[in-house]
Design a protein around this ligand. Structure first.
Ligand SMILES: *Cc1c(COP(=O)(O)O)cnc(C)c1O
Length: 444
């Protein structure tokens, strides 16, 4: 039987090349033909609904079709839909820059914009390199990233990404970076704490910096949670240490908060938990509440001033057509308003506690290992025979859809990253569905 969904799916598979996908898998793997979203729910063409437990690739903070953000975007639409940001400026981009700076206590007072996360990474890498060149140290050209780091999939971003699947096929195109130990909490052996692991990992970074800082421009990290790596969580102590090390060895620190910024880890920025600010802060995903593509790189007066000159080649030479798009900036401003109006960071603490408790049955499940939580992120590793691991994420995704749940595990790591608008019913529903899907898949 041909449903409305199935017709859209057929047409999509002919004309749309889907991201990060082996298209042939869709011969058997379902594609969801979305029609509508409202709050935590997504609806397909046949009126089936799915709980968006991963916030549509970690972007959506306040639910789909949020009336407050929608209204702000509609208002802006009738005023200025777009205007170039070279030679021009506009109210939404100025206001957004000022408010983001204020959220860093004005430590990072200059915002450079692009449209997606990977571009923000390209910008931070180029800016760091160019800063050193402008400062008479052109030999500082290398970058350091963590084991299993993920910073995006453009060629520059892949050079600081250590995820085999994304990197290996394109290896000849990619520059190599120094890869240092990840402070992954799961490494802790008897008696060790996350702080011990963090110190050990930071010591390894120091060994590298002692030897190579003269040619290194920057260290790049995902603060507190390495999401795409499979939700590796680590102690803020690591950030504290590497902040000191980077300062001491004259190397920039780039914090990629593309996934963890905007309240995801329990504080507005993850870096706050370590009481530090990086030299470059990369933001995207949640920045517009999941409405429109926008990214930003925030940096210090010191960096900005190294580019401020008569000479055009000492300026930062980078641009994208949609840089600082007013609609996207307006969505971001509305999203920031919601944080303030509803005291979201403190409200999330309550939601986080409740969902964590509702997930108790999974913590003690014999097939669950390393159940972990950081703010509004939950993850656990499923234990299964090795031959089942390849099929697991796809099986889980498929089974979850039948339970009205949208969840896509990474390898054997199941994670939840829901929007910040969960009520008690949503919390119970999400926990029950996750458990039911897990048990069904793991017992197969
Ligand atoms: C998603 C992500 C990126 C890349 O952002 P895109 O908008 O997908 O290009 C970079 N870094 C981190 C930590 C991410 O999670």
């Amino acid at each position: 039987m041909h449903t409305r969904s199935s017709r859209w799916i057929e047409r999509s598979l002919k004309s749309v090349w889907h991201p990060c996908t082996q298209m042939q898998h869709h011969e058997t793997l379902p594609l969801v033909a979305l029609k509508q979203g409202k709050g935590v729910w997504l609806y397909d063409q046949d009126r089936n609904r799915y709980f968006d437990a991963i916030s549509s690739w970690w972007t959506n903070l306040f639910g789909h079709a949020n009336p407050f953000i929608s209204k702000a975007v509609k208002d802006q639409l009738d005023k200025l839909e777009h205007g170039m940001l070279a030679g021009c400026t506009h109210e939404p981009v100025v206001e957004l820059s000022e408010r983001l700076s204020a959220l860093t206590g004005n430590a990072l007072g200059h915002c450079f914009y692009a449209s997606d996360g990977a571009s923000a990474i390209e910008i931070a890498l180029k800016m760091s390199f160019h800063y050193w060149k402008n400062s008479g140290q052109p030999q500082k050209q290398e970058f350091v990233c963590l084991e299993n780091s993920y910073h995006g999939e453009t060629i520059g971003a892949l050079s600081v990404t250590d995820v085999t699947l994304f990197r290996d096929s394109y290896a000849p195109l990619i520059r190599n970076s120094h890869i240092v130990a990840s402070p992954d909490n799961r490494q802790a052996k008897d008696g060790q704490t996350g702080t011990d692991i963090a110190r050990e990992a930071a010591d390894k970074l120091e060994t590298l910096l002692q030897e190579k800082a003269g040619t290194i421009a920057a260290v790049i990290v995902e603060p507190l949670v390495q999401c795409a790596a499979g939700f590796v969580m680590y102690s803020p102590e690591y950030l504290k240490r590497i902040r000191e090390l980077c300062k001491h060895y004259h190397v920039h620190l780039i914090a990629d908060e593309i996934a963890v910024g905007f309240g995801r880890t329990g504080t507005f920025f993850a870096c706050e938990q370590a009481g530090i600010w990086p030299d470059f802060l990369c933001l995207s995903k949640g920045i517009t509440g999941g409405y429109l593509p926008l990214s930003a790189v925030m940096t210090t007066d010191t960096v900005f001033n190294a580019f401020y000159d008569r000479d055009i080649t000492r300026g930062f030479l980078h641009s994208h057509s949609y840089t600082g798009n007013p609609l996207a900036c307006r969505a971001a401003l509305a999203s920031l308003d919601l944080f303030r109006l509803h005291n979201v960071i403190s409200q999330n603490r309550g939601i986080s506690k409740k969902l964590d408790k509702a997930l108790d049955p999974l913590k003690t499940h014999p097939k669950v290992r390393h159940f972990r939580n950081c703010g509004m992120i939950w993850a656990f590793d499923a234990v299964m025979p090795a031959e089942k691991e390849v099929a697991f994420p796809r099986r889980f995704f498929e089974t979850a859809l039948k339970h009205e749940l949208l969840v896509r595990p990474i390898g054997n790591t199941v994670y939840l990253m829901p929007p910040y608008i969960l009520n008690d019913t949503d919390i119970a529903l999400l926990a029950d569905k996750t458990k039911a899907v897990f048990e069904e898949v793991i017992e197969e």
